[in-house]
Design a protein around this ligand. Structure first.
Ligand code: ADP
Ligand code: MG
Length: 723
């Protein structure tokens, strides 16, 4: 029997897997695999506990003695909870997470073993990490990279391994991961935002960054997945005729979740809760077999660790249920792709959400100040923000009329837009009055609280939308590390807030009243960054033209979009905030180009292989059958025009496929000879990837006419509907 049919049968035999959900309530097992504050209190002496908390909350360095005590407590907790190994868990530029497990036991020199785990080992390690992408920051002869403990994100246990969240840096101090720059960006925006907060409230001593991600994904039966080399090797289908029914009836979105899937979700959620990931929402997404999971938002560094962790454990748990998770942004043509909305906000240590409208005019001036500065930052760095979410995989999704276009604009909704319009058009002192207590009132603006509370504006076509008390960066890809988007957003906000403060302070120094100085500066910013504000339909063609007229970045080629990391304004922004130096930016951009090339290269190879080894042989076989039939018909003097048409069709397609694959291989050879990563990536984009759709169209045409009994690959209608 054809492998395809065997696999379809196997998939049909996969029934819902029983889940062993704990009888206890989530509140009883939440965080049970995390070395969190409750556990620390039990396993650490008071002195160590206080010092560690001080490190976690205020960044105070921990002495080696105390680190030893922390390590001892952590090890004891890990052993008590069944762990036998530990690992530094970090996020290299591959996009995934990395771990190298070491046993807790060491030979004691007398033929036995003892359990050992010192503060030094907890705090720092030197993994042999020469194979991680570094963009030339580490030559293999100077391959040293260090992982160093991030005490702000708690250690946790997966299976029997204690995982210690760490940063990953080069011997020379440059960042080789996502965590270092994320921590730097969070602290840059903390400094800049706190300083601006002092205009409104001197009691604010820090500003936190919050992130609530929404993870979209596809589930595929593992048997069918295994019969699709393209899914196995590239994470997406490189061919496949659309199913007659896919998402056009919109019957999947928020629909009843199939039992096999709900069991997987329950299993996953249980695991997440044990690991302290506060999962909250689950539902069917628009495309068949597409789902979403979202937790409650958390401090951004922790939220990002949690998303990275989620992506790993999702895969493990899916296998338990005979599924494979597809995190690729566009696994199937003709149905929606997957994103990862990043809900982002800033909040003070006094409990104020800086993107949340307040109750008084003064609170609202603060709110408007932060809102407008964010818009200004997004305007100034719209190209760079696009670079932050761009990849070979996400490129398929952006601008595909189901996801934000490859243009970064900001949606504000009618209420906020009209507030900004009023502010912008108010003239001089008319709009600004001070009452006896010098509380600022702006005409038309004092009503903000009541209007905004029921702001329900939704615009799914915008890549960056204000949604009432936060911004939702929707262009982030489902397989991305959220850090890249967060780093850029926080850094851009930090730079802009610093600039804002500089201008306002200068005005105050000239004798202008504080509120008036703030108000005037906001007013100017609203005017200056108007181009990026767009509340209309982001999917429309008019918007593409309009955006270009407005001077927004409209480039669609991923390798060229990466250039934004190296423009003067980006280098200045990252440099002045201390997030990346020039060397780091150059290295990371190299990695982006290289990764882009490799992904396209792998897809091109897989596409060529499947075409030559699977599709053409089957087409030839069917063609031969038809030819045989035609011959016999002719002998009998019967008409065989229909068969002849089909034969010609298949023959033409086969010949075309052979030519296209040959040309694609040639194009690859030419590109491979180019030394510069940037130029090579551009060639892969312009001269290699252009063959993908042509080859695919040809194959998909043949899928429509060739005998179903011969077709080698599981079809969309088989892949996409979990029973
Ligand atoms: P929707 O799909 O309607 O946007 P979801 O419930 O799917 O909403 O996800 C919204 C995400 O935004 C959740 O992770 C939620 O915790 C998060 N969120 C809510 N308020 C904030 C905020 N102030 N800052 C950051 N994230 C937030
Ligand atoms: Mg959302």
């Amino acid at each position: 029997m054809l492998l395809r049919f065997k696999m379809v049968e196997a998939a049909l035999n996969h029934t819902a897997v029983e889940v062993k959900t704990p009888s206890a309530r989530p509140s009883d097992y939440f965080g049970e695999k995390v070395f969190g504050r409750n556990v620390m209190r039990k396993y650490l002496d008071k002195n160590t506990y206080d010092a560690l908390l001080n490190t976690m909350d205020n960044g105070t360095p921990l002495s080696l003695d105390l680190a030893d005590s922390v390590a001892a407590g952590m090890r004891q907790w890990a052993l008590d909870n069944g762990a036998d190994h530990y690992t530094h868990w970090f996020q290299p530029l591959t996009g995934g997470t990395a771990e190298k497990h070491d046993s807790f036991s060491d030979p004691d020199g007398r033929g036995g073993v003892i359990e050992s785990f010192s503060g030094k080992v907890l705090a720092q390690q030197e993994p042999d990490a020469s194979s991680f992408p570094s963009g030339g920051l580490r030559n293999t002869f100077e391959a040293r990279g260090y992982s160093a403990w991030d005490p702000t994100s708690p250690a946790f246990i997966v299976d029997t391994t204690l995982c210690i969240p760490t940063v990953f840096i080069a011997y020379t101090g440059e960042a080789l991961d996502y965590k270092v720059p994320l921590l730097r960006a969070i602290s840059a925006v903390d400094r800049a935002a706190t300083a601006v907060c002092h205009y409104f409230d001197k009691n604010v001593s820090s500003v936190h960054t919050y992130l609530g991600w929404e993870q979209e994904y596809f589930l595929i039966d593992e048997s069918l997945w295994a019969a699709r080399p393209d899914l196995v090797l590239t994470g997406r289908t490189l061919m496949g005729h659309e199913s007659a029914k896919n998402q056009q009836l919109e019957d999947h979105y928020f629909g009843a979740i199939p039992t096999r899937v709900i069991n997987f979700m329950k299993d996953l959620e249980c695991e997440c809760l044990k690991l302290g990931i506060p999962v909250k929402t689950r539902h069917n997404e628009v495309a068949p077999n597409q789902f979403e999971l979202a937790p409650v938002y958390e401090e951004a560094n922790l939220a990002n660790d949690h998303n990275q962790l989620l992506m790993t454990i999702m895969d493990k748990i899916a296998r338990r249920h005979h599924f494979r998770v597809l995190l690729h942004e566009k696994p199937f043509k003709g149905v929606n792709g997957s994103g990862k909305h990043n809900n982002w906000s800033l909040g003070t240590d006094t409990g104020v959400n800086l993107f949340g409208p307040g109750k008084t005019a003064a609170e609202n001036l603060q709110f408007i100040t932060f809102l407008v500065n964010v818009i200004a930052a997004v305007f100034k760095h719209n190209g760079l923000l696009k670079a932050a979410i761009m990849s070979a995989t996400n490129a398929h999704r952006l601008g595909a009329n189901e996801a934000p276009p490859a243009i970064i604009s900001a949606f504000l909704g009618t209420q906020i837009s009209s507030v900004l319009d009023k502010l912008e058009n108010s003239s001089g002192d008319d709009a600004i009055r001070f009452d006896a207590k010098s509380v600022l009132k702006m005409s038309g603006v004092s009503q903000i609280p009541s209007i905004l509370l029921d702001n329900t504006d939704r615009n799914r076509t915008s890549p960056f939308a204000f949604t009432g008390n936060r911004f939702e960066f929707r262009a982030v890809g489902s397989s991305d590390n959220c850090a890249e988007a967060m780093i850029t957003l926080c850094t851009a906000a930090a730079e802009q807030l610093t600039e804002f403060k500089r201008i306002v302070d200068a005005r105050i120094e000239q004798g202008v009243k504080k509120e008036k100085a703030i108000y005037e500066t906001i007013k100017r910013l609203i005017k200056d960054c108007k181009a990026v504000h767009f509340d209309g339909n982001g999917y429309s063609e008019e918007w593409q033209k309009e955006a270009a007229r407005r001077g927004l970045d409209c480039e669609t080629s991923a390798p060229k979009i990466f250039d934004h990391y190296l423009t003067k304004s980006s280098i200045d922004m990252f440099g002045s905030t201390g997030v990346f130096n020039r060397t780091e930016l150059e290295a990371r951009t190299e990695v982006k180009w290289e990764t882009y090339t490799k992904k396209i290269q792998i897809e091109a190879r897989v596409l060529g292989d499947i075409t030559m080894n699977n599709i053409i042989p089957v087409a030839s076989k069917y063609e031969a059958l038809l030819l045989d039939k035609a011959y016999k018909m002719k002998e009998l003097g019967l008409k065989f025009d229909g068969d002849l048409e089909l034969i010609k069709d298949i023959q033409n397609n086969t010949a075309l496929l052979q030519r296209l694959v040959r040309e694609m291989v040639e194009a690859r050879k030419v590109a491979n000879r180019v030394e510069s990563q940037r130029e090579r990536a551009i060639l892969y984009h312009d001269t290699v990837a252009v063959y993908f759709d042509q080859i695919r169209d040809c194959i998909d045409d043949m899928e429509e006419v060739i005998d179903d009994q011969l077709w080698p690959l599981p079809k969309y209608r088989e892949l996409l509907f979990i029973r």
